[in-house]
Ligand binder design. Structure first.
Ligand code: ADP
Ligand code: NI
Length: 208
């Protein structure tokens, strides 16, 4: 039964995210689902079904992508239609708006399941995938890819996609909750630092 609900939810989110070009596409949802499930496997106290459902739905009411309160109503209706129990539905509807970085929820308010999904979501903003998503988002938001200032002493605060690495991405590992996510993050951050060094090596603008 719960397995059937997962299948129906996968279909519902696939439909909803199939046209996204902001870096929150269905493959992001699938990666977060995979990572969150893997982390949950290591933590027996976690309700893995809630983790999986929450991972699938975590971006479905994001204010950057949609009208959040309308989307939460639609999610609630969907969950009732597929016979999710009121208790599970309440847990999911509480957790979904807490996941996003911009929601900025105090850690003390997060359930274990929310922490796991948040870690998986943040890991997908790191590594090669994180680099790709930062530039995809930058294009979507019509923001400059990089600027001279990004290669000055003052890194960050320049409103470009490269600046975003210093403003947020390289700081994400400090916000992770689980041991497993922290371990995965270490490798991913290293690859981003290598990328930034290489980017700087290829940045020739001085003889213009
Ligand atoms: P969350 O999924 O936690 O809400 P965001 O939606 O802010 O986080 O970020 C989703 C993706 O978009 C991440 O990969 C992030 O790096 C990228 N992103 C968000 N804001 C920017 C920005 N200003 N410049 C470049 N990339 C961004
Ligand atoms: Ni996400």
């Amino acid at each position: 039964m719960k397995q059937d609900i997962l299948i129906q939810t996968k279909e519902w989110v696939t439909e909803r995210f199939s046209k996204d070009t902001s870096g929150h596409d269905i493959y992001h949802i699938r990666r977060v689902y995979h990572l969150a499930s893997k982390i949950a496997q290591q933590i027996p106290e976690a309700n893995s079904w809630i983790v999986k459902m929450g991972a699938l739905l975590h971006d479905a009411a994001d204010h950057k992508l949609t009208d959040s309160s309308l989307a939460l109503k639609e999610i609630s209706e969907f969950l009732s239609n597929v016979n999710v129990s009121p208790k599970d539905r309440d847990q999911l509807l509480t957790l979904i708006p807490q996941i996003s970085y911009s929601a900025n929820k105090p850690v003390s308010e997060l359930s274990l399941e929310a922490k796991i999904i948040q870690d998986a979501d943040r890991l997908d903003a790191l590594g090669a995938m994180g680099i790709a998503r930062a530039f995809a988002y930058g294009g979507h938001a019509k923001q400059a890819m990089m600027a001279e200032a990004d290669f000055s002493k003052q890194r960050g605060g320049h409103g470009t996609s490269v600046s975003h690495f210093y403003d947020k991405l390289l700081r994400l590992p400090d916000t992770l909750h689980t041991k497993m996510a922290k371990k995965i993050a270490d490798k991913r951050v290293m690859s981003m630092q290598n990328f930034l060094t290489q980017l700087e090596n290829e940045w020739f603008s001085n003889d213009f």
